[in-house]
Design a protein around this ligand. Structure first.
Ligand code: NAG
Ligand code: NAG
Ligand code: NAG
Ligand code: NAG
Length: 441
């Protein structure tokens, strides 16, 4: 069945699954300075795929993970990103299937009802407990690469006051990681690409003199490179400028604009090429499964009417079965990655002298957090002022926010798939409409 897919996609000869992966133990990966390294000292660059077949948890169906991991290995994938999991599930079958294929996991610790709400930001005990459970569930696996404490929590340019809550979450989950004696699996944040907040958000989350209170890695969901672009015309040269001297690993936690079809993934040659590979640690392509948003690299069969209720079918798409390549996108990505193998630097030759960035000052109507503000403690809720500008927090009251920003944010708490462009500049309503297609990420 697999060989059928392989020959369909024309892959068999060049990319047979490496028999060496038969052993299920893999070297762990850690963040040192601005880079990731395998425990044997070789630098690791992410060639990742966003993977969320089912709303609650795609890592409990071992047979499905095995089918997908096998095809992912032929694509050249070495990581998946999963946005929502159920920590009470049994994940060892899937984690072993991915480890056997040399594939690592970045998992988001939050889920629908525990994510930080940017309109009334809070960091509370319920959230902490939920995030900690996910950490407990995945920290034991050698192929766990990292944790995100949030995905696009800040979805609009005027939501930057939520940033201290994101940072507080990272601080507390890092402290929890130490208290449990887990290895230092990087804890980071995955940001929407909002031009007004660049580079302040990335710098704020990493800034400060106490590394226990800042993120270990930063992911950017960027859909700037659509079709035939260059480093300059895509905007990547600007992103590259901001990555200069960044002190922790930075990478694309979602990429793969689809406004120009078919997708050729030429941005990969920039990210893994000499202009960027000293600063960036790779990219995660959005996404594995074909859905209504049309970003899929594989499908599990033809789409059906969205109203059909059947086992393994949701929102008009089968979510289980044999993965079949979406062509030519699948082979386009495969060809890109096959030629892009930066060696990077050996950890033994790497000396980290980079210091954290300065904590950015606030600007009127722009970045609203002024410098290295005191982080909220667990239980604090943002005091929303009527002007929406004062970076204050309180241990007590929770204001309620209504209106368009609040409803937009309710629909933007998902995997990104920002319709292939920066969210900045779009009306909240448009963002809501576009993201409505991606109903759970
Ligand atoms: C370290 O491990 C990685 C992943 O297994 C492998 O690709 C790389 O070749 C190894 N490096 C060395 C120096 O053995
Ligand atoms: C904690 O935060 C979550 C997510 O914003 C919220 O749904 C929940 O009501 C809060 N719990 C408490 C006790 O404040
Ligand atoms: C650094 O931050 C951690 C977590 O907030 C705290 O426990 C520790 O005391 C801080 N260290 C210093 C030197 O301030
Ligand atoms: C934030 O920006 C959005 C979109 O530009 C706007 O609709 C909303 O009213 C703004 N919210 C605040 C609190 O200013």
């Amino acid at each position: 069945m697999i060989s059928n897919i392989l020959s369909k996609a024309g892959l068999l000869a060049a990319f047979a699954v490496n028999a060496a992966f038969a052993a299920s133990s893999v070297p762990t990966i850690s963040a040192v300075g601005s880079k990731f390294f395998y425990s044997n000292g070789t630098q690791y660059f992410i060639k990742g795929i966003a993977y969320q077949l089912t709303e609650a948890d795609p890592l409990i169906d071992t047979a499905q993970c095995q089918r997908d991991a096998t095809v992912m290995a032929t694509l050249g994938t070495n990581a998946i990103r999963v946005y929502h999991v159920d920590p009470s599930g049994s994940h060892s079958g899937c984690m072993t299937a991915f480890a056997d294929a040399g594939i690592y996991l970045i998992v988001d610790l939050d889920t629908f009802n525990t994510a930080i709400d940017p309109t009334v930001a809070s960091w509370n005990q319920t959230q902490f407990n939920a995030y900690a459970k996910v950490m407990d569930a995945f920290a034991p696996y050698d192929n766990t690469l990292g944790f995100f404490v949030g995905n696009e929590v800040i979805a609009l340019a005027n939501q930057s006051l939520a940033a201290p809550y994101i940072k507080a979450a990272a601080r507390d989950l890092k402290a929890y990681r130490s208290s449990k004696g887990y290895r230092e699996i990087p804890v980071g944040y995955s940001a929407a690409d909002i031009s007004e907040l660049r580079p302040m958000l990335q710098n704020y989350l990493a800034c400060g003199t106490n590394a226990s209170e800042s993120i270990d890695m930063f992911g950017l969901n960027a859909y700037e490179w659509c079709g035939d672009k260059t480093l300059e015309t895509s905007g990547y040269s600007t992103l590259n400028t901001y990555a200069q001297d960044y002190n922790v690993p930075i990478f694309f936690s979602e990429t793969g604009c689809n406004t120009v079809q078919p997708r050729t993934f030429e941005d990969q040659s920039a990210i893994f090429g000499s202009a960027m590979n000293d600063l960036w640690s790779g990219a995660i392509i959005y996404e594995w499964i074909e859905e209504a948003n049309n970003y899929g690299l594989i499908s599990y069969g033809p789409s059906v009417d969205a109203t059909i209720v059947a086992s393994g079918v949701q929102a008009g798409f089968s979510r289980t079965g044999t993965p079949t390549a979406v062509l030519p996108d699948f082979t386009n990505l495969q060809s890109q990655w096959a030629t892009l193998t930066p060696t990077g630097i050996a950890s033994s030759a790497y000396t980290t002298s980079i210091t954290p960035p300065a904590c950015p000052s606030s600007t009127a109507g722009g970045w609203l957090v002024d410098g290295d503000v005191k982080l909220p403690s667990v239980g604090q809720t943002q005091q929303v002022s009527s002007s929406g500008s004062a970076p204050s927090s309180t241990g007590t009251a929770t204001s309620s926010v209504t209106g368009s920003a609040a409803s937009a944010s309710a629909t933007t708490k998902k995997g990104g798939a920002s319709g292939g462009k920066e969210i900045a500049g779009m009306s909240a309503g448009l963002v809501a409409v576009m993201l409505g297609f991606v109903y759970w990420l």
